[in-house]
Unconditional design. Structure first.
Length: 286
């Protein structure tokens, strides 16, 4: 089945035909922002939340949508791309960059933003993988000071996940000097200690995940105690349970960190419950 791509008003079924200029500022400066939305049963999940975050990211870097487009128009493109793909389970990637202008660092007075959307089939982790949980390595958080903006500048994340994988781990847990454990290279992070869930607070140090926010809402609704606070590596390694959250992974246990097993290498009971609550929530929402 073809991957669907969209570039500035045109849909493509052959992704190699979908092209952007070498002078696009997204390519030259990483001057752009993005979103990734998941579809379940052919329906987008969390659209409003993802689009609100895209809108915020755009505003934070003073980037306009292409002329004549607003957030609703971008949502319509994402929906149409998904419908054209015919994929039931897909990841919809949406990127806005500052367009094609002769290379100069400062934001140009005038430019026409580039909107790119791709839809790729997505196979979620199997139950067997979930039951095994992921192994994560701790690494220094080397990102910039505005991790709250979902920009296409992902070099520090790229280097972290690459290092993790080369060492045989599936995720990197990032630790910011003087701050504490922030999140993972591509997911947010939660720990559980004595029945209390902890996750880093909404701040410039993390990308505030849509999945994270839904999980916090579910914790509140189900009277599961939680705190949004930074914690250090000692607390991470001493946790009863650790799990990550993200659009693709939903709620996924981490059962090994560095060389240490968490909960004897098994998904913990609270992780199991929260994952179940999240799956029910998705089914109710789509
Ligand atoms: C650095 C980082 N943190 C967290 C997340 C999880 O966010 P979401 O739940 O919105 O997918 C992502 C997702 O791409 C990410 O890149």
């Amino acid at each position: 089945m073809p991957v669907v791509a969209y570039v500035d008003g045109e849909f493509f079924t052959d992704i190699s035909q979908a092209k952007v200029s070498i002078e696009d500022r997204g390519y030259q400066f990483g001057d752009g922002v993005y979103e990734v939305i998941r579809s379940y049963d052919g329906k987008l999940f969390g659209t409003q939340e993802h689009m609100a975050r895209l809108d915020r990211s755009l505003k934070e870097i003073e980037l306009d949508l292409p002329p004549g487009m607003d957030i609703d128009a971008v949502t319509a493109v994402a929906r149409e791309a998904l419908a054209r793909s015919t994929f039931a389970s897909a990841l919809i990637y949406i990127q806005v960059s500052r367009g094609t202008v002769p290379r100069d660092h400062s934001i140009p007075e005038e430019s026409r933003s580039t909107l790119v959307v791709t839809v790729r089939p997505f196979t979620p982790a199997t139950q067997e993988v979930w039951e095994t949980g992921l192994a994560a390595i701790t690494l220094p958080d080397q990102r910039w000071l505005r991790c709250d903006i979902k920009t296409v500048n992902l070099l520090a994340n790229v280097l972290a996940i690459t290092k993790a994988r080369r060492m045989g781990f599936q995720e990197a847990i990032l630790i910011r000097e003087g701050v504490g454990v922030t999140e993972c290279s591509r997911n947010n992070l939660f720990i559980v200690k004595d029945g209390l869930c902890l996750t880093a607070p909404r701040s410039n140090w993390i990308l505030t995940g849509i999945t994270r926010n839904f999980v916090l809402r579910l914790l509140a609704e189900n009277n599961i105690p939680y705190e949004e606070t930074f914690f250090d590596k000692g607390a991470l390694l001493a946790a009863d349970e650790v799990f990550l959250t993200g659009t693709g992974n939903e709620v996924m246990p981490i059962t090994k960190i560095d060389e240490q097993l968490i909960n004897e290498g098994q998904p913990g009971p609270l992780t199991r419950r929260i994952a179940e609550l999240f799956r029910e929530f998705v089914q109710k929402s789509i």
